[in-house]
Design a protein around this ligand. Structure first.
Ligand code: DAH
Length: 369
């Protein structure tokens, strides 16, 4: 293209086709046709490449428009100015149409791309859900860790027991009143009412003593069963942990110190423990052990019935009758035992109002721990 100062100036004027100095094609029918054809093709272009073709055909080097442009140089200056203005006017109109159309086609293409890529933020995708251990299991493992740290072994016993392991060897004879407090589930095997789901973890004491490997420092966590209707403080299936120590010269002081140690490990150093006289057939003397209330720190509240203390479990010195039932020399060996509910310990530590939350499988509850 020949650089033409006049044309360049008029480019500014022709900036807007409807602006001042608008010259139109001024009766130049050839130019009118160029413009009409170009604008028609631009308007009907359905893609960016069609639009480029239309633009090239209208204004490109081999276009009629370009030929007209080259003729300018041969015109005499008086005509050249107006002819230049007209050409420039047409070019500006075509370029504006191309630019508008390009914007429109780009917008359409983008909308199509977006529609294809559309992401539905309301859709629930099955993400990778990593579960975690149930709170009761977590607490059980913590307890195991504490006792392993104190040199204890972790023992296990069967959940289906005979009457002998669950009651008789623990000095609970058939007619003993302690049986009625633990109405149980009998299993239909052997003699009627001789095989049952264990009502506590204490029968593991019998298995350990029968094994005859002394001394014994063991805890036995596990599931136990009672014929209870579920309510805020009872479940028919729950968890206990049993402790048994048998050695020479074991004292009640050792028992008290052991309870203090694991309670502080689980509840923190501020929590105190105390023993109150109690009764269990398999320990003598027996005690109930209590911890200072985790809600009011001992001041007295509804949870602890204004006493400042909460009962956690039972304990005592192993009754010589138990040693005798299992063939352990009661003259030589002494021991202590304890047992308590893991679920109960968990609700106390975490301020959970209702034991049933543990078995309802509501993730909103479970995810809190
Ligand atoms: N087995 C008892 C119960 O389920 C708890 C218990 C009390 C366990 C005293 C013991 C103990 O080892 O010495 O209620």
């Amino acid at each position: 293209m020949s650089p033409d100062v006049e044309l360049t100036e008029s480019a500014a004027e022709a900036d807007g086709p409807a602006g001042e100095g608008d010259v139109g094609t001024d009766g130049d029918s050839d130019l009118t046709e160029i413009e009409t054809v170009a604008l028609g093709r631009i308007a009907t272009a359905t893609s960016l490449s069609e639009l480029e073709d239309a633009e090239r055909d209208a204004l490109g080097k081999r276009s009629r428009f370009s030929a007209r442009y080259q003729q300018l140089g041969r015109m005499d200056p008086s005509e050249r100015r107006d002819a230049g203005r007209r050409l420039h006017y047409v070019r500006a109109r075509i370029e504006a149409a191309v630019s508008d159309k390009r914007a429109a086609l780009t917008a359409v293409a983008q909308a199509e791309r977006l529609a294809a890529d559309r992401m539905d933020l309301t859709e629930v995708l099955p993400g990778v859900l990593a579960g975690h251990l149930h709170l009761v299991t977590q607490v059980r493992e913590e307890l195991e860790d504490v006792f392993v740290g104190m040199g204890y072994e972790i023992a296990e016993g069967p959940e289906v027991e005979t009457d002998w392991y669950n009651f008789q060897a623990l000095n609970i004879p058939l007619d003993h009143p302690a049986r009625s407090s633990v109405d149980t589930f009998f299993v239909d095997a052997g003699e009627p009412e001789t095989v049952l789901l264990r009502t506590h973890t204490s029968p593991v004491q019998i298995h350990l003593l029968e094994r005859g490997r002394l001394p014994i420092y063991a805890v036995a966590p596990g599931r136990v069963y009672r014929r209870d209707t579920p309510d805020a403080t009872h479940l028919p299936v729950f968890h206990q942990i049993e402790g048994l120590v048998v050695d020479h010269n074991v004292t009640f002081g050792d028992l008290a110190g052991t309870i203090d140690t694991f309670v502080q490990a689980i509840f923190g150093a501020d929590v105190r423990t105390r023993l109150r006289p109690g009764y269990f057939p398999f320990t003598e003397p027996s005690a109930e052990f209590e911890i200072s209330c985790t809600i009011c720190a001992g001041a007295g509240c509804r949870t602890c019935a204004q006493t400042g203390w909460i009962e956690l479990g039972g304990c005592g010195m192993v009754n010589p009758a138990v040693f005798e039932a299992t063939g352990v020399d009661a003259e030589e060996w002494t021991g202590f035992a304890f047992g308590f509910g893991i679920d109960r310990l968990a609700i106390m530590r975490h301020g959970i109002a209702d034991l049933r939350s543990f078995i309802e499988n509501d993730v909103r509850f479970l995810l809190q721990f």
